[in-house]
Design a protein around this ligand. Structure first.
Ligand SMILES: Cc1ncc(COP(=O)(O)O)c(C=O)c1O
Length: 380
């Protein structure tokens, strides 16, 4: 059910990831998958274009999109979502910025890092300071340090940007961890924005719990979700903010339209099709990613035995510690010598040396070639 793009197809379809790569490069950087669209999504889009559905989307909470997301959340996360509390936004990062701007107090925003790089500036563009809660690269398990979080709030931070599941940590936070976070947040009367874009991509062995499903979070949290990462439709511009209390929803809805008006009709069509009809394709995708995860582990053991791979509980984005190979700017070296395009760890945490993020949502053959090229580059 998962159809791999050929190189030519990928170059035509993924105009950023592949289109910007040189002819001899394998791109494994930006979070897009080298797979053809899920048929129900492709068909819904083709039908919508044939019908001329290229005008403005309706301004509404709930609607078809709200119902579709509520159904998806119930089936996949056993989560009760009120369709009327599903608010469209242009994309997840815009939703994070919007929620921060409208809902949060003025003080700094805590960002666990290394963090998804485009969001590193989100606090700043809303006039807030970002304070980092950085993972120790030598820590056995990637966890949010609650004592540190407590100190940052005590020092004046007012919002936590949670990424659940986390990119690039690869972690899916457990209910107990989320409850621990909730306790600290409540103690300080702070807010949480939970970026849950990767929730559909939880791999076997882990289970997604939305921060909103934790008791006592309704009055201080929103989640920002999308089908775009799991269904490869990021260019269609549609994400959703989920609220659990009407007062929060009303604060987001009752803003001047210009603050939140740019999601697209085709994005809504794709999201509704993915949520309503995408389950079989998504199951096949998760199985493929699980296989890619195992393949990568065996390729690393054979060809890059000193690489340290953080356990990948969700996403197709692997965080690799290559410090043992002694190159600070590992991604640049691998690109120059191996012609594989990865993200460097320093993109996610300024100054972090020797780490890379590798996108494994490709064919087994390409993943094998990527690791061979990385090993050769690091050895030379
Ligand atoms: C954690 C996280 N949030 C948001 C995004 C981007 O989402 P959007 O394009 O909807 O802003 C990504 C992309 O990979 C991501 O990893």
């Amino acid at each position: 059910m998962i159809r791999d793009f050929t190189d030519d197809e990928a170059r035509r379809a993924l105009v950023l990831k592949w289109g910007m790569a040189a002819a001899d490069e394998i791109p494994a950087w930006v979070a897009e998958m080298d797979y053809a669209l899920a048929p129900p999504v492709a068909e819904a889009l083709a039908d919508a274009v044939a019908l001329g559905m290229t005008g403005y989307p309706p301004f509404e909470t709930g609607g078809e999109l709200g119902k579709a997301y509520a159904g998806f959340a119930a089936r996949h996360y056993d989560q009760d979502v009120d369709p009327g509390q599903v608010l469209p936004v242009v994309d997840v990062t815009a939703g994070v910025r919007f929620a921060l701007d409208v809902l949060s107090d003025e003080g700094p925003m805590v960002m666990p890092g290394p963090a998804y790089s485009p969001q590193l500036e989100v606090a700043q563009v809303t006039g807030r300071e970002r304070v980092d809660l950085l993972l120790d690269p030598d820590a056995d398990r990637a966890e949010i340090d609650l004592d540190h979080l407590d100190r940052l709030f005590a020092d004046g931070a007012r919002t936590l940007l949670l990424t659940q599941p986390h990119n690039p940590w690869g972690r899916v936070f457990t209910r107990a961890e989320l409850e621990g976070i909730r306790d600290v947040v409540v103690r300080h009367g702070a807010r949480v924005i939970s970026d849950e874009i990767h929730a559909p991509l939880v791999l076997p062995g882990a289970e997604h719990v939305s921060y909103l499903a934790i008791d006592g979070t309704a009055d201080h949290a929103v989640a920002v979700v999308a089908s775009s990462k799991a269904f490869n439709t990021a260019g269609l511009r549609c994400a959703q903010i989920i609220t659990t209390d009407p007062a929060t929803r009303d604060r987001l809805v009752n803003v001047p339209m210009v603050r939140n008006d740019s999601w697209s009709t085709l994005g809504v069509v794709a999201a509704v099709a993915a949520y309503n009809h995408g389950d079989p394709w998504l199951a096949a995708l998760v199985q493929r990613l699980d296989e890619q995860r195992s393949l990568l582990a065996s390729l690393l053991a054979e060809h890059l035995p000193q690489a340290r791979m953080r356990p990948l509980e969700a996403t197709y984005l692997v965080w690799l510690d290559l410090r043992a190979y002694g190159h600070d700017e590992a991604a640049q070296l691998i690109r120059d010598r191996g012609r594989v395009w990865l993200f460097d760890g320093s993109d996610y945490q300024a100054g972090l040396a020797g780490h890379v993020r590798l996108n494994i949502a490709t064919s087994p053959e390409r993943l094998t070639e990527i690791v061979h090229r990385m090993a050769a580059a690091l050895a030379s």
